[in-house]
Ligand binder design. Structure first.
Ligand code: SF4
Length: 398
């Protein structure tokens, strides 16, 4: 059972702090956002690093900072421009919240970052971890942090027997994080524990022999490092079938902007909706055979094979009529994309239909874009794949 934090364990705490900091002095990683104490750059990096690896973040971070070098420039940007630069990173609410928070900082705080974890938490999209990270890295506040790597490391270090994601275990770990963080070098300490968690105290096969905390680790002492942290139940996935319909008029495509209540709010997409799997049984798609044509980015297209006209299933036909006013009878099945969003395994059937633009009534969410404009619009990752395919194969490849 967990024994920490305890006021009487001052010696243990002192040893942990000094082992962590000594290790960091010799092994700390040099990363673009560690070379600065600018809260703006630290904030951008921390938001990008949520749910995303360091390697994936680096090019996005550089591009983003080039486009928006200051909080003022980010606040003044169009949300679509921000989303376009975020495209591919996923979890787009992060980008929308960044933009909102930049406006709050500029409008209500004269462009100055709040300088404590408590005040930072009032900004959109800043939770306890991000507040602690900015406060410690930029302002040297001994604020606690807890994210995936430190959660695992601390759980093992104190031999936490309860689920660290559940309320009680999580609360205890936050208390521990606040108790253990170095008062003298909080920024280095917090960076170090994240590094030790990600590089040494890994989910599988933690490298205890090379861990600076081996002599302090309760899980290691008890031989329980492989069974901790206590694992939460596995996510149960739900299978979903959706169609994405590219409505084309000569060289233009009809797109819809996703609304606030939807996933990927603010991003653009082809007309897309859920269907029952049995309603699309009659559709057959070109098979992946070999890489042939080059797409708009100079990449090879994965899809090859004839694209033929197929009757549009009745349910799709009537849903499409409701959404656009168009009554179409045929479509071209273009490709099938499979992807996972939170707990949904999505089979996305991508179709294209040639339409007469006059047949579409005015709709506030729908707009025509040509292929060049498509390249600048923020699209979801699956919509971008479909758009690249359409551009690479031409509009009517029958
Ligand atoms: S000794 Fe092993 S289990 Fe304990 S913190 Fe280090 S790597 Fe993790």
């Amino acid at each position: 059972m967990s024994a920490y934090p305890k006021a009487t364990d001052q010696g243990w705490r002192r040893r942990v702090r000094s082992r962590v900091l000594r290790w960091y002095d010799q092994n700390g990683r040099k990363l673009p956002w560690r070379e600065t104490s600018d809260p703006y750059r630290i904030w951008i990096s921390e938001i990008m690093l949520q749910q995303t690896t360091v390697a994936a973040v680096i090019p996005y971070f550089d591009r983003f900072l080039q486009a928006f070098p200051t909080v003022e420039s980010l606040a003044a940007a169009e949300q679509e421009h921000v989303l376009r630069l975020w495209e591919g990173l996923g979890y787009y609410s992060r980008a929308r919240n960044l933009h909102r928070a930049a406006n709050v900082i500029v409008d209500e705080n004269q462009g100055q970052f709040p300088e404590s974890a408590e005040l930072l938490r009032a900004l959109p999209g800043i939770g306890p971890y991000t507040a602690g990270a900015i406060a410690s890295f930029a302002f040297d506040e001994p604020a606690p942090i807890l994210e995936a790597n430190t959660l695992r490391l601390f759980s093992r270090l104190i031999e936490l027997d309860s689920d660290p994601q559940a309320t009680a275990g999580n609360k205890l770990l936050w208390k521990f994080a606040a108790w253990i963080v170095s008062r003298k070098r909080p920024a280095d300490f917090n960076q170090a524990v994240m590094d030790i968690g990600s590089q040494i105290c890994t989910p599988e096969d933690p490298d205890c022999m090379n861990c600076p905390l081996m002599a302090s680790c309760k899980a290691y002492e008890a031989g329980r490092q492989a069974e901790l942290p206590v694992r939460k139940e596995k996510v149960k996935f739900t299978d979903v079938t959706e169609v994405s319909i590219a409505l084309q008029n000569q060289d233009r495509f009809l797109l819809r902007q996703r609304q606030e209540s939807e996933r990927w709010a603010g991003m653009w997409d082809f007309v897309r909706f859920e269907v029952a799997a049995e309603d699309v049984r009659t559709l057959s798609f070109p098979t992946k055979r070999k890489r042939r044509s080059s797409d708009a980015r100079g990449q090879k297209s994965l899809f090859d094979g004839p694209v033929t006209l197929t009757p549009l299933p009745d349910t799709i036909r009537s849903e499409l009529a409701q959404r656009t006013g168009l009554n179409l009878s045929e479509c071209q099945p273009r490709t099938e994309i499979r992807h996972v969003v939170t707990r949904y395994k999505i089979r996305l059937l991508c179709l294209s239909c040639e339409v007469d633009s006059d047949g579409i009534g005015r709709h506030p969410e729908l707009e025509w874009f040509d292929a060049a404009e498509l390249a600048d619009l923020p699209l979801s990752t699956s919509a971008r794949r479909f758009a690249d395919l359409l551009v690479s194969e031409g509009l009517n490849p029958v």
